[in-house]
Design a protein around this ligand. Structure first.
Ligand code: PMP
Length: 445
């Protein structure tokens, strides 16, 4: 498999051939929060795959729901006015639980195409209102919104732009709220004020009559788990209303119990105009994402001038097997997974905070089962680990050898997003194996 992988399988990467040097690690099976590789080594998956296997591995009821649907009807298109029962039911269940009047659900295959779809819907929305000049989009530095052309352009991570001709000329950024390294300081009110000033300034610069929408993750995930101060989302949402631009919450990572509740926006007291979800929606058991839209956005697009002339859809939109999985995953969240995740999340945060005293740990941050620690060689001056230590690869490898999968971001940030089904013992093991990994890194950077 390692040889075949080297020869033929192109991995999703920020730089090519990294995995080829070491050889792929083939994963064989999973159960709960544990995965087993082809050599029989068992590890705790502290990152739930790619922040997605929220329900954990080997959940029989999900497998049964998928199998039933595969037998009954493996595929139905949403075109030609057709549909399938699981997709209709899942849309209704999501609408019922989503904040405010996000009552209309468009299913995609994942997060990137959900983000792409929001851009199209927003353009159609303003066209229908006779405001086609509102075609400029704003997102945030360190933000991640996908790997497609449009999504990568809204994303603000250099590796996703390099050599790719993005961002597109209608995609703009404002600085992140990144508290640990914020020029505005670490005071929450100062950070909120700086973000409000930056958004207002960008909208003034572009012209309020030109700006369509502002995108925010409730917690910036791929940028390094950057948690805004309490009240930040609400303040940004209010400013968008005041400036008459749409507010899009990208909950691809934060949705489905990752931060505690089903949607982080509910906890933030925010009702966005559009919301994107994926990952935990099907908990990684099948590809699926979704855009949730307010009554105003959907009704304007559907009834507006020109609506009959637009087209947008994927062959696998509203896939019945993914939807059947989504329904069962949703049932599991409410039958105890969210509750367990909240308890495990509190223990995870407490455990990681206990590492604050470690000489390498500059910052510990997170909410619920979404967390990160940021490593530095000098705490006072917040100096990152030297690039020569190749923190990403070496720390990932060390943690792996210690029986733990974590995300090691290139800048010495370690990311945590364990399955919500983690037991207390598994959470404690995640913290202890991290401590072991840090001690080894201190001894031999
Ligand atoms: N938005 C956010 C906030 C994400 O974290 C991601 C994926 N990490 C995406 C969009 C893109 O989702 P996908 O990888 O499923 O296309």
């Amino acid at each position: 498999l390692v040889e075949l992988d080297r020869a033929h399988l192109v991995h999703p990467v920020a730089s090519y051939r990294g995995h080829e040097r070491r050889g792929v690690r083939v994963l064989k099976s999973g159960s709960g929060a544990t995965i087993t590789d082809a050599s029989g080594r068992r590890l705790i998956d502290g990152f739930a795959g790619l922040w997605c296997v929220n329900a954990g591995y080997g959940q029989n009821s999900i497998v049964e729901a998928a199998t039933r649907q595969l037998r009954e009807l493996p595929y139905a298109t949403g075109y030609f006015g057709l549909g399938s029962e699981p997709a209709i039911r899942l849309a209704a269940e999501l609408a019922e639980r989503a904040p405010g009047d996000l009552n209309h659900v468009y299913f995609t295959l994942g997060g990137s195409d959900a983000v792409d779809s929001t851009v199209r819907f927003i353009r159609y929305y303003y066209n229908a209102k006779g405001l086609p000049q509102k075609d400029q989009f704003i997102s945030i530095e360190q933000g991640y919104h996908g790997s497609s052309t449009v999504g990568a352009g809204l994303t603000a991570l250099p590796a996703f732009h390099a050599g790719f001709g993005v961002p597109l000329d209608w995609q703009h950024k404002i600085p992140s709220h990144y508290a640990y390294r914020n020029p505005a300081g670490s005071d929450p009110q100062a950070i909120i004020a700086a973000s409000l000033t930056a958004l207002r300034g960008k909208v003034d610069e572009l012209g309020a009559d030109r700006v369509a929408a502002f995108y925010a993750e409730p917690i910036q995930g791929s940028g390094g788990v950057l948690v805004p101060p309490p009240g930040w989302m609400k303040a940004m949402r209010h400013l968008c209303s005041e400036l008459d631009i749409l507010f899009v919450a990208d909950e691809v990572i934060t949705g489905f119990g990752r931060t505690g509740p089903l949607f982080a926006c509910s906890e933030d007291g925010v009702i966005p105009d559009l919301m994107t979800v994926a990952k935990g929606l099907t908990s990684g058991y099948a590809p699926m994402g979704a855009v949730l839209m307010s009554d105003d956005v959907y009704d304007t697009i559907a009834d507006g001038a020109g609506a009959s002339a637009v087209g947008h859809g994927y062959t696998y939109s509203a896939h019945p097997v993914s939807a059947a999985i989504g329904l069962e995953v949703l049932r599991l969240y409410e039958a105890g997974l969210l509750e367990n995740g909240r308890k495990a999340g509190a223990r995870l945060m407490e455990g990681l905070r206990s590492l604050s005293e470690h000489p390498l740990v500059g910052d510990v941050r997170g909410r619920g089962m979404l967390a990160a620690i940021e490593l530095v060689v000098d705490k006072e001056r917040k100096i990152p680990l030297p690039a020569s230590a190749d923190p990403s690869r070496r720390i990932f490898d060390r943690a792996w050898d210690n029986g733990l999968v974590i995300r090691a971001f290139g800048n010495g940030v370690l990311g945590y997003a364990p399955p919500l089904c983690c037991t207390h013992d598994e959470i404690d093991a995640i913290v202890e194996r991290t401590r072991m990994t840090l001690d080894q890194t201190l001894e031999d950077p």
